[in-house]
Design a protein around this ligand. Sequence first.
Ligand code: CA
Length: 235
Amino acid sequence: MRHPPRVLIVEDESSIAELIAVNLRHNGLTPIWAEDGESAQREIDTILPDIILLDWMLPGQSGVTLAKRWRADPRVKSVPIVMLTARSDESDKVSGLDAGADDYITKPFSTQELLARIRAVLRRRAPEQALDTVTVGDLTLDGATYRVNFRDVALKIGPTEFKLLNYLMRHAERVHSRSQLLDKIWGDHVFIEERTVDVHVKRLRESLGAAGPMIETVRGAGYRFTAQVQIADAA
Ligand code: CA
């Protein structure tokens, strides 16, 4: 399961930050508050957030400067940014979006409006899960019903392993590095260690039973799902 989305609020006015944080928490999101660019950077260095709400007018570096910097940083680049501003000038909106913001919201805004923007941005960034059926060799996966069958026998597979299998089967016979799999399965803004991939691959192989060898480890490169393996007939 994915963790609740972490929302980094970069806002120097504590009353506004607090109001946003309370509402986000109430709606199942995890808010983190930073009052300026420096502390926001520290938070980002520790755990990459899923989305950044960035105030325009901040002490020290402005929101626009920060947005530009994060867009140029390979690690932070893909984290969506929503700019918050008291100014409703069209030219400001343009420079905010030019700086790399994904969206822009003018103060005062309603909680509903803010949540709608956050959800829309997160949805756009979430990795896609194909929902139709895919078959590789004797293995069939149905993305809509979450069923996996091997030689007409249903297999039990956990949710993350299912996503992983879904992706691997749709990109069979190709080698995927751990970091590519992290991006595709967990999303490009989730910061987890690469060995997490190994743990899920191991579990997936176990769940696949006789079909487990279809996931090959390619030394120094990653993993490949293949139909080109000999699979023993089930006894
Ligand atoms: Ca401010």
